[in-house]
Write a protein of this length. Structure first.
Length: 358
């Protein structure tokens, strides 16, 4: 064994990664790397198949939808195959009008929801019909979620459902401070007051005021402990609220049901649109009755309610939202405009040039 470990490839210095085998996993139908304020060309160019390393890669294509492959008893096989084909056509951009990147697609009638006046109430009642606001074991959130393209709509759904949840809430306030490197100027110090920093909301940053209730589902916004599955995107249900820690039960995965303690962390937002740096000390949590489509990548759900008050705007978002489910009857889509009128079609965004060298 020792001799094997000492083996040296004479040509390793001239080979990619020193001759080591590296496995990349991904799906070019899904959302591409996020480039803040990036153009379509910038986004496509940031994908791995635009790298000089791509010519050294051997592509192995997976053709089976494993989520749908774990079919539950009683589901129609033909219906399952039709849904899988529909998902593929959404991901490949072969459905709807043939144009460059953006296409209007009709959604099958069995997936559509009709707006009853309030889009938020409609999607909540459809997705969580059993939700009565008093459930504290998280059973109704285990494999069910509401998705939306923008954080604004997600926040509205989360606040609506949090208000319905029975129980006394506890609000945790963050401590915000400007980084010293950006606070040397007296003028900047006068502008970057704690009151001003408290108002800032950014993707990947917990809110200054975080209101939680026992029974509320939350999502981790930072990696904490990989061995327990406490990673960015892990969902938990709150089981206890204390002064300095929040106790939660992991909702899914091999550690489902395990109770863990979450403490405050000091977080520096990475949003390049902010012209200065500041630190926010807060629990790395956000309410997760609903989540953005981007945040849902990697999740496997049985029931998804997709609310599209505005259409998707990035490659692969519609495909990601529709492909989170393990059975086609679990997907319901609500499409409405500013007048709250129900629509039957929406925009699908696919940058087809990303598939060129696959």
């Amino acid at each position: 064994m020792r001799d094997i470990l000492r083996f040296v490839n004479q040509n390793s210095a001239h080979r990619t990664f020193g001759g080591k085998i590296v496995v990349f996993g991904g799906d070019f139908r899904q959302i591409l790397p996020v480039v803040p304020k990036g153009s379509r060309q910038d986004i496509v160019s940031s994908a791995i198949n635009s790298s000089y390393l791509w010519k050294h890669c051997k592509v192995m294509c997976l053709t089976k939808n494993l989520r749908l492959n774990s079919m539950q008893p009683g589901l129609d096989q033909q219906r399952m195959e039709q849904f899988a084909d529909w998902l593929s056509s959404i991901g490949d951009g072969t459905i709807g009008e043939d144009n460059d990147g953006y296409a209007e697609v009709d959604i099958p009638s069995e997936m559509l929801l009709k707006c009853d006046g309030d889009p938020i109430a409609t999607i909540v009642n459809s997705t969580f019909p059993q939700f009565n606001g008093g459930i504290i074991d998280g059973s109704c959130f285990y494999s069910t979620a509401i998705l939306a393209p923008t954080l604004q709509v997600v926040n509205e759904v989360n606040e609506y459902m949090s208000d319905l949840t029975i129980g006394e809430g506890k609000t945790y306030f963050s401590s915000d401070t400007a980084c010293k490197a950006d606070g040397t100027s007296t003028v900047l110090a006068d502008v970057h007051t704690p009151e001003f920093l408290n108002t800032i909301r950014a993707s990947g940053l917990p809110n200054h005021a975080l209101t939680l209730k026992v029974g509320s589902p939350v999502m981790l916004m930072r990696n904490i402990d990989h061995s327990l599955g406490l990673c960015n995107g892990t969902r938990l249900v709150v089981t206890r609220l204390a002064e300095h820690v929040v106790e939660g039960s992991i909702l899914a995965g091999p550690n489902a049901g395990t109770r863990v303690l979450i403490a405050r962390m000091t977080i520096t937002p990475s949003d390049t649109r902010l012209p200065f740096k500041f630190n926010r000390r807060q629990f790395p949590l956000m309410l997760s009755y609903a989540m953005t489509i981007n945040k849902s990548q990697g999740q496997t759900l049985s029931n998804v309610g997709l609310i599209l008050r505005k259409p998707v705007f990035v490659h692969g978002q519609l495909y990601v939202a529709a492909s989170r489910i393990s059975q086609p009857n679990g997907l319901k889509i609500l499409i409405c405009d500013d007048s709250k009128s129900t629509l039957s079609s929406t925009t699908n965004v696919v940058y087809k040039e990303v598939f060129n060298n696959l």
